[in-house]
Ligand binder design. Structure first.
Ligand code: RTP
Length: 137
């Protein structure tokens, strides 16, 4: 069944010029890019996005990182878009991510791990609404 996923290339991925390479992987997989925007994340959006991690010792560092430069926010659509996006992205820690995944191929750091993908259809909806205004999709 066709569904929507929220995927975001984080500031390190944008800074390193990986947007084209990453979008290419989603398109080759057969997923469709239906909306994309290079944008800054303000502190309020960052704190909401990472609200589930607010008690972690690295929370402040995480908010600083995600607000440190533009991100490339995307709505990806297709069959099983959420699970398929996460398979393309790979595990959170790039050191444990297999080669062939985006984090496995392009990351080294558990914090600055290049990309985010929503972990459920429900969270994708919340994240899309957080990052894109209703008129935009
Ligand atoms: P994401 O939401 O970005 O796709 O990441 P995830 O589900 O794979 O992982 P989650 O546990 O939700 O962590 C969110 C982001 O926090 C940063 N992180 N830093 N310093 C650390 O030990 C640490 N652990 C996690 C990463 O940027 C991770 O993607």
């Amino acid at each position: 069944m066709s569904e929507k996923a929220f995927v975001m290339i984080k500031p390190d991925g944008v800074e390193r010029g990986l947007i084209g390479e990453i979008v290419n992987r989603f398109e080759k997989k057969g997923l469709k890019l239906v909306r994309a925007e290079l944008k800054s994340v303000d502190r309020a959006v960052a704190e909401a996005h990472y609200g589930h991690l607010r008690h972690k010792p690295f929370f402040e560092e995480l908010v600083e990182y995600i607000t440190s430069g533009p991100v490339f926010a995307m709505i990806i659509e297709g069959a099983g878009a959420v699970q398929n996006s996460r398979s393309l992205i790979g595990p959170t820690n790039p050191a444990e991510a297999p080669p062939g995944t985006i984090r496995g191929d392009f990351g080294l750091d558990v914090a600055a791990n290049v990309i985010h993908g929503s972990d459920s259809v429900d969270n994708a909806k919340v994240e899309i609404e957080r990052f894109f205004s209703k008129l935009d999709y």
